[in-house]
Design a protein. Structure first.
Length: 131
């Protein structure tokens, strides 16, 4: 049986230490980090260039917000799997992101094991929705 293909991931956050933390979580899963960015503009171009299976995208960033990047990516890649990262969980932000096509939302202060589980469960639900 061939080995399971690794999930290709891009991590986007304007704070380097948050990207490092998220990458450490992702690297313990069956994933390859294929790119990272520190702003929404670069997130859109990286997604277009690398076409990852998954993107973890911060909401509040310079040059282009995560919501703007999400909207642009979903226009050209409607099946894109994007989990939003946030330190804010007000209802309006969550509803806006879900309406724009986010696959899920993770608070940055979530314990790492819980973060890993949310990513796994959201990915599983997404894969099942495609079948």
């Amino acid at each position: 049986m061939p080995p399971k293909r690794k999930i290709r991931v891009i991590v986007v956050d304007d704070e380097t230490h948050v990207r490092t933390l998220i990458k450490s979580v992702i690297s313990t899963m069956n994933c390859d980090i294929v790119g990272e960015a520190g702003n929404g503009r670069d997130a859109v171009s990286l997604f277009d260039e690398l076409k990852p299976n998954m993107m973890l995208l911060d909401i509040n960033m310079p040059l282009k917000s995560g919501k703007q990047a999400l909207s642009e990516i979903k226009k050209t890649h409607p099946n894109a799997f994007i989990i939003m990262l946030t330190s804010l969980t007000d209802r309006e932000t969550i509803e806006d992101c879900m309406a724009l096509g986010a696959s899920g939302l993770i608070r940055k202060d979530l314990p790492l094991d819980d973060m890993r589980e949310v990513i796994k469960q959201t990915w599983k639900a997404y894969r099942e929705s495609l079948q």
